[in-house]
Design a protein around this ligand. Structure first.
Ligand code: FES
Ligand code: FE
Length: 387
């Protein structure tokens, strides 16, 4: 296979850089700080909007330490609420996802909430008065709202009392990585359909998964199929090392599939410059997006504890492909193998994070130096909480 020259490394600093110490991956107290300062404070990608198609469709998602209920309303809009009954605090909805006809009823004393979160009924409600002797205000005793934004066909929620700007934090991060605001729009991710979804239960800290995704020093060792399709990855430089850089397919590769065979027609907006290219984007704190000409791979992490993370991965295709019933398994198989190879590596690393050999951490080689920037960001977030 022809070997494409990788772009030159802009950072000529060949010094090793330190990593975080092992306790950052194992300490439950640090994980709680991350839940507070990161997952409960930033925009968190919670669900594919099309999974909640009809009024009454719902999904329960754990965000930081909170349970959040995302619901499609009668007016067609998506809303998010804290999944907790305002009476005596029982978890309102205990199923992971499903469909209700018109409301949610608490399984404890049967307080009932509409799809818009308002309290619609309670046993003997007519006889209930608030502390000032008035009838209960259905809004005031309704479910607590959570901020929600939709973008790229996904629903993001934010638990902060004053959410940060979605445009800066999420849209800006994608644009900065791609170097051009129009690139992401051209893939029309919101209108693509889920051709396949695989959920991985990974016994590793969420940061090991991010760090792995950010670097490609491991590609030659553990990703034989990926480096066949993207030969420059054999040199260990992730596409993410360079702003706006797409990794080129090998000369004899026809598509982003497990054997390099042809995939599907390029998405309509993909330009010649983006054709035969692979782009990888990390959106903090828990999203990875891969763009290839004929599909998009969209990962969401749901960190559950210091050593356990659920990763949900969607393979998104144009409606032409999904409606034609064409077989997507060869393109799914490529990144599914990459995921398994990566998560195996993370799971091998997690148990040894508590070794005294890693008390002060390890080192980053030059092609991993951008991970140091992630560590700096993390330490800043944790310091904000300590202030
Ligand atoms: Fe929900 Fe009592 S706790 S109705
Ligand atoms: Fe990898």
């Amino acid at each position: 296979m022809a070997h494409m020259a990788a772009p030159e490394i802009p950072d000529i600093d060949s010094a090793l850089m330190p990593t975080l110490g092992g306790r950052y991956y194992t300490d439950p107290g640090i994980f709680v700080s991350e839940q507070e300062q990161i997952f409960e404070s930033m925009w968190f990608c919670a669900a594919r909007s099309s999974d909640l198609a009809a009024p009454g469709a719902f999904k329960k998602v754990t965000v930081g330490r909170e349970s959040v209920l995302i619901v499609r309303g009668r007016d067609g809009g998506l809303r998010a609420f804290l999944n907790i009954c305002r009476h005596r605090g029982a978890m309102l909805c205990t199923e992971d996802s499903g469909q209700v006809r018109r409301n949610f009823q608490c399984p404890y004393h049967a307080w009932t909430y509409g799809l818009d979160g308002r309290l619609v009924a309670a046993p003997n409600m007519a006889a209930l008065k608030d502390a000032a002797g008035r009838d209960l205000d259905r809004q005031e005793y309704g479910l607590v709202s959570v901020a929600l934004r939709e973008w790229l066909g996904y629903a993001w929620v934010c638990l902060a009392d004053t959410p940060p700007s979605f445009e800066n934090e999420v849209v800006g991060a994608v644009t900065e990585r791609l170097g051009d605001a129009s690139v992401i729009d051209r893939y029309e991710i919101g209108s693509l359909e889920v051709g396949r979804r695989i959920t991985y239960d990974v016994a590793a800290n969420w940061k090991l998964i991010i760090e792995n995704f950010m670097e490609c020093y491991h590609c030659a060792t553990i990703h034989p199929e990926l480096t066949e399709v993207l030969p420059e990855f054999a040199d260990g430089l992730a596409a993410q090392y360079f702003v706006g850089h797409g990794a080129a397919f090998g000369d004899d590769v026809d598509g982003f599939t497990v054997d390099g065979g042809a995939g599907f027609d390029a998405l309509p907006g993909v330009t010649e410059a983006e054709d035969r290219k692979y782009y990888a984007i990390t959106v903090r704190p828990q999203i990875f997006i891969n763009l290839v000409p004929d599909h998009v791979i969209f990962h969401r992490m749901y960190p559950l504890s210091a050593d356990r993370t659920i990763v949900e991965c969607d393979w998104l295709y144009s409606r032409n492909v999904t409606e034609s019933g064409r077989d997507v398994s060869r393109s799914v198989e490529l990144f599914h193998r990459v995921n398994q190879q990566d998560f195996d590596a993370c799971e091998r690393t997690q148990p040894t994070m508590s070794s005294k050999a890693y008390r002060n951490g390890g080192v980053l080689v030059p092609s991993e130096h951008h991970i140091g920037e992630f560590h700096g960001w993390l330490l800043d977030k944790l310091a904000e909480g300590a202030r």
